[in-house]
Write a protein that binds this ligand. Structure first.
Ligand code: ATP
Ligand code: MG
Length: 557
């Protein structure tokens, strides 16, 4: 039986196995408030997979009027950086979530963690081991074979305390000693075979500086951080399923305040054509295959933002994919559908001509200022002015000298409607010495502004246009998927599966109202797609537009 009705109707998170557990915990009085956390390691920018976890953790806190912490899981100073810390904060806020109090850092708890390590040593549950990393691997055994006890396993408490102190004081070289939990070298769960709790790293830490040369491992740090913060439901991805045993073992064996947090695992987001591994994304950045972590082709939150995705679209995506324990791969079109629906509803309309072809309306006189609605169904979004002049640009693809009836655009001798303006007729063309059309001479029907021709002529096609005399030049960055295969993670080398056409640049024109375009706020360029001003290279005097998403789902490779 599910308790779905305890969730508000417009909940961020659709009812799932975790919300059912929470419902039961609240109903039974096990907890009276839900407290979650989002625990990124600041070793890269957040990606769409993290968005799923953010929406789940913060969404649950919102839905249940609970709390959610942002906690940097910063136990590996070598790979971490404050640049990542800052980008993570920005991304979580941009998605529209608010963490409880100040951001937390696992490194805030290094003193307490050290104290709990001493407690384990004193209880005979941890020892300093001097096996080398290679030897340790050998001793660990395999999935089918039990491991062997370390020769250092039976040191006395006093000896272990003294040696751990030496580790902390920098008297061992890196790799020469570690603190290990004394659990069971024959456990069927590899993580329980005397896991390392502390290792030596002579590295400066972005939060604690030079204070420490021993750093606690994830498994030891995470559970204790959760308990210190009074987290009730600690949500993580399925690869940590076995680690839950160690999570519980550590907490059960230290004198930390009860009730203890509990870990629950859900399946990670895998998205077609997309890498969701910070390590691999970092490689794309380092190899300069993309223009940084926020390249609009990157599946990072900052890349999606620069591309024109909205927070609402990503939250809706997370809501739709839901939360389960089944591994699966989400179709790329599911993500695109979310932004398309949002922008169809909310993006102002504008006109752009990506491949300009000049037309001259020979029977037209002085410039006229026409007006056009910013949105076809939303009057409150207002109108804008469009200068209509004798010379205009239309798209090359919207004119043909001859065409069959399926082609509902401009054809020599036939009529078409210019969007938000008049019906025109193509009269003749001018070509250059290579036979390329340079200008189309047209006539217009002055009686057709906002109405059909009075004699009943039917004009079916509508095309966009921009004044040739009064426009803004613009660069269009037309993006496609970064990879040619649905599962790039499986490729031997990423180079081989890179899509050579993932970025195509065109130069064209846009209507003048776009002088006011704001970076990252998408417009619908009528008949072309959704585009937004690039936040890095786009300026009022150098309009660079990124394709957010096409108007319709495109055909796959
Ligand atoms: P990566 O594999 O990209 O390095 P990670 O798991 O190491 O990811 P963390 O910074 O540790 O990255 O992740 C923070 C949180 O986000 C964790 O709770 C993790 O489980 C979750 N998370 C990471 N990737 C995904 C994903 N693809 N889908 C859902 N949740 C994810
Ligand atoms: Mg991780």
């Amino acid at each position: 039986m599910s308790n779905e009705n305890t969730l508000p109707e417009h909940a961020d998170v659709r009812a799932n196995f975790i919300t059912h557990i929470i419902d039961e915990d609240l109903a039974s009085g096990k907890h009276d408030k839900v407290y979650t956390r989002f625990p990124p390691e600041p070793n890269g920018y957040l990606h769409i997979g993290h968005a799923k976890s953010i929406c789940l953790n913060f969404g649950i806190a919102e839905d249940y009027q609970g709390l959610c912490n942002l906690r940097f899981d910063d136990t590996n100073p070598v790979k971490e950086d404050v640049e990542y810390v800052e980008s993570i904060k920005q991304d979580v806020q941009w998605l529209g979530f608010k963490w409880e109090g100040e951001p937390r850092y696992a490194s805030d708890y290094f003193d307490q963690l050290y104290g709990y390590a001493i407690e384990l040593i004193e209880k005979g549950l941890a020892y300093v081991c001097e096996l080398s990393p290679e030897e340790m691997r050998e001793y660990r055994g395999t999935l089918t074979e039990a491991g062997k006890n370390s020769p250092y396993r039976d040191r006395t408490v006093a000896e272990n305390l003294a040696l751990f102190e030496k580790m902390k004081n920098g008297e061992f070289a890196e790799g020469k000693a570690s603190l290990r939990a004394k659990i069971d070298m024959a456990s069927p769960f590899m993580v329980m075979r005397d896991p390392v709790l502390y290792r030596i790293k002579f590295a400066s830490h972005h939060q604690t500086g030079e204070k420490w040369c021993i750093y606690p491992m994830y498994d030891f740090t995470h559970c204790i951080s959760d308990a210190i913060e009074r987290i009730t439901h600690s949500l993580c991805t399925l690869e940590f399923q076995d680690n839950r045993r160690l999570y519980d073992w550590v907490l059960d064996n230290i004198s930390i305040e009860r009730p203890l947090p509990h870990q629950y695992e859900f399946s990670r987001l895998n998205l077609e054509y997309t890498l969701t591994s910070k390590r691999k994304l970092l490689k794309l950045v380092q190899d300069k295959i993309v223009d940084g972590w926020n390249d609009p082709r990157m599946p990072t939150i900052s890349g999606l933002r620069r591309r024109g995705y909205t927070p609402a679209s990503l939250r809706e995506f997370a809501r739709r994919i839901g939360v389960t324990k089944q591994d699966n791969v989400v179709e790329y079109s599911a993500l695109e559908a979310c932004i398309r629906e949002d922008l169809n509803e909310n993006a102002p309309r504008a006109m752009a001509v990506i491949n300009p072809l000049k037309i001259v309306i020979e029977n037209f006189g002085e410039k006229e200022i026409l007006t056009a609605p910013n949105h076809p169904n939303r009057e409150e979004m207002g109108v804008r002015e469009l200068p209509f002049t004798r010379e205009l640009y239309i798209d090359e693809a919207d004119f043909r000298e001859e065409a069959n009836k399926q082609y509902k655009r401009l054809v020599l001798g036939k009529e078409v409607r210019l969007r938000n303006a008049y019906v025109i007729k193509a009269e003749r063309v001018e070509k250059d010495e290579n036979g390329k059309i340079t200008t189309v001479y047209c006539s217009y029907d002055p009686e057709t502004l906002g109405k059909n021709p009075s004699d009943g002529r039917k004009v079916k096609g509508v095309i966009q246009w921009v004044s040739a005399e009064d426009h803004l030049p613009a660069e269009f960055r037309i993006y496609d998927k970064l990879f040619t295969v649905a599962n790039p993670s499986a490729a031997e080398s990423l180079e081989e599966v890179l899509n050579p056409n993932s970025l195509v640049i065109k130069h064209g024109v846009v209507e003048k109202s776009l002088i006011n375009a704001q970076a990252e706020k998408a417009y619908q360029f009528e008949r072309e797609g959704y585009y937004c001003l690039d936040s890095k290279d786009g300026k009022a005097d150098n309009l660079v537009f990124n394709l957010t998403v096409s108007l319709k789902e495109s055909v796959a490779f």
